[in-house]
Design a protein. Structure first.
Length: 169
C-alpha cells in the first residue's frame, strides 16, 4: 500500500466512524451518552480534516511534514485510571438502545484501529509516523466506548462524574 492509498483508505474509515457516532448521538436515550457521542463526532471530524490536509500536502509535494494531531481523548492509561473513580448508572429503558449503539461504535473503532495498526507495520517510516498517532487515539476511543458499554450493561462505569473529563483533565 502506498502512502496516498493509506491516506485515502483512512479517510473512508474516518468518515464511516463519523457517521456511526452521529447516528449514535441522535439515537442515544441518555444525556451523558449523547454528550460522549457528540464529542467523539467532533474528534472524528477533526481526523477527516487532518487526513485531507495530509493528502493535499502529499499530492502537492510528495512529502509529509510532521503536523501534530491533537485529541480530546486522554491516553488509555488515564481512561483506565478514571474508570476506577466513577460510579455506575444508566436508565433501564435506555439499556437496549445504548448497548446497540455502543456495540456498533466499538465495532467500527476496533476495525479502524486494526487498519491503522496494519498501515503502521506496512508503510515506510514517513508514512508510518502519520498513522502511529491514529493508533494511539483510536485505542483511546475504544477504551471510552468499552467503558460506556460496561456501564450500560452493568459491569462498569459511565462518564458523568467531574473527576474524569473528556479533555484529559
Amino acid at each position: 500500500m502506498t502512502i496516498e492509498e493509506a491516506i485515502k483508505t483512512a479517510l473512508q474509515y474516518e468518515r464511516r466512524v463519523v457517521t456511526v457516532y452521529e447516528e449514535a448521538a441522535k439515537g442515544s436515550l441518555d444525556p451523558t451518552g449523547k454528550r460522549v457521542f457528540a464529542t467523539l463526532v467532533e474528534e472524528e471530524k477533526k481526523h477527516v480534516e487532518y487526513l485531507e490536509s495530509r493528502l493535499r500536502e502529499w499530492k502537492a509535494t510528495g512529502r509529509l511534514e510532521p503536523v501534530a494531531l491533537s485529541s480530546v481523548v486522554p491516553p488509555a492509561a488515564r481512561i483506565e485510571e478514571g474508570i476506577g473513580k466513577l460510579k455506575s448508572r444508566v436508565a433501564t429503558k435506555a439499556k437496549e438502545t445504548e448497548v446497540r449503539l455502543l456495540k456498533r461504535a466499538l465495532d467500527v473503532e476496533v476495525e479502524t484501529s486494526r487498519f491503522y495498526e496494519g498501515v503502521v507495520k506496512e508503510l515506510p517510516p514517513e508514512g508510518r509516523q502519520l498513522f502511529e498517532r491514529f493508533v494511539e487515539i483510536e485505542h483511546g476511543h475504544q477504551a471510552i466506548v468499552q467503558a460506556e458499554m460496561d456501564s450500560v450493561s452493568g459491569s462498569g462505569f459511565w462518564f458523568d462524574v467531574q473527576e474524569f473529563t473528556m479533555d484529559g483533565g
